[in-house]
Ligand binder design. Structure first.
Ligand code: PLP
Length: 356
């Protein structure tokens, strides 16, 4: 499946992996194979193809009979499209201060979606009904943007995971105030692997209204989907997707990737593996004196605090990012292709650098 390792067109070493991001990983071979299967011949463009049609059944098998998927190119696009569908011009989105939509989407929710974000600081990336209440007020106050949706990420940007009960409580609270609930599920599979429950348990069955469902970090080449779980009050998704520049003309190639991940258990195998590697990494790191793990390791990320100069030296050997450079905080991410050897070699290097 993969090209020969000596291929003259290859400009990188396929055996080198780091801990920078699950987006640094390549494409799972089963997804590449599925792309090849979908190739050839003509199919109707813009989503009326056989692969997108089949994806709808796969999505319903995961999320229930009312679920409908709208494939898009990327996670930012999924969030911007989904949130526009539930927010009026005078409305607003309540989210964690650390939310990807707030800190990592280049202002796209504000500038492309025209969305006002009402942010709340959180200790671990997770909202609670109490935290939501810091922004959930003033629906009749024309001086304030009207809170219309709560957006949470599962797993969060800080690698933490909501329990199904926590999400249920958020949904009940939001709905009691007439607000919808959106889940940024760019790592939904990782959360399901950790919780060891179907994705439906902590989305549709917990009351979530709509979802950005990730594919890229789970082994796709690219591609995510907005999944509408509860169609009540969700407006004009198709139009919103197009005007937000997220309508793929050759949609079959987005849909077939999601189908390859979700139709059987590839999504879970990949997510479980990434989670296991993060646990292995956390275990190794805990044994290194002077390195502090910052948040519960519940998905595929380990956040740690260590001396700045140690991180700088380690970065010469492995790719990873500072999360808060001034504080000495770093993020180490595992992916579906991280190996035990990668983790063990990294932990050994960390020990070495800490001892220098
Ligand atoms: C929580 C979260 N949401 C969404 C995304 C999707 O971003 P992108 O637009 O890069 O696909 C990411 C990617 O890092 C993410 O971490």
């Amino acid at each position: 499946m993969n090209p020969p390792r000596t291929d003259a067109r290859r400009h990188h070493d396929p055996d080198v992996r780091g801990f920078a991001s699950d987006n640094y990983a390549g494409v799972h071979p089963e997804v590449l194979a599925a792309l090849a299967v979908a190739n050839g011949g003509h199919q109707v463009a813009y989503g009326e193809d056989a692969y997108t049609e089949n994806l709808q059944q796969v999505i319903r098998s995961h999320f229930g009979p009312t679920a409908e998927a709208f494939p898009v190119f990327n996670g930012t696009g999924a969030n911007v499209v989904a949130l526009q569908a539930v927010v009026d011009r005078w409305g607003a989105v309540i989210c964690a201060e650390s939310a990807h939509i707030n800190v990592d989407e280049g202002g796209a929710p504000e500038r492309v979606g025209g969305l006002k974000l009402l942010t709340v600081p959180t200790p671990d990336g997770k909202l609670t009904p109490e935290l939501i209440d810091r922004q959930a007020y003033g629906w009749d106050d024309e001086h304030r943007a009207m809170p219309q949706v709560v957006s949470i990420a599962q797993a969060t940007e800080l690698g933490t995971v909501y329990t199904p009960d926590e999400i249920r409580a958020i949904c009940e609270h939001a709905h009691a105030h007439g607000m919808k609930v959106h889940v940024d599920g760019s790592r939904l599979a990782n959360a399901a692997a950790t919780l060891d429950v179907p994705m439906r348990t902590f989305t549709a069955a917990a009351g979530v209204d709509l979802l950005s469902l990730g594919g890229t970090k789970n082994g796709a080449l690219f591609g995510e989907a907005v999944v509408v779980l509860n169609p009540d009050g969700i407006r004009h998704m198709k139009h919103l997707r197009k005007l937000s520049m997220q309508l793929a003309s050759k949609m079959r190639f987005v849909s077939v990737q999601l189908e390859a991940l979700l139709a059987r258990d590839l999504w879970l195998r990949n997510a479980r593996h990434a989670g296991e590697m993060a646990q292995r990494l956390a275990e190794g790191v805990r044994a290194v004196h002077g390195v502090e793990i910052l948040y519960p390791v519940q998905a595929n990320a380990v956040f740690a605090r260590l001396p700045h100069e140690v991180s700088k030296r380690l970065q010469k050997r492995f790719r990873f990012y500072f999360w808060d450079e001034a504080a000495g905080d770093v993020r180490w991410m595992c992916a579906f292709d991280t190996t035990e050897d990668d983790v063990d070699t990294f932990v050994a290097a960390l020990k070495e650098e800490m001892a220098r």
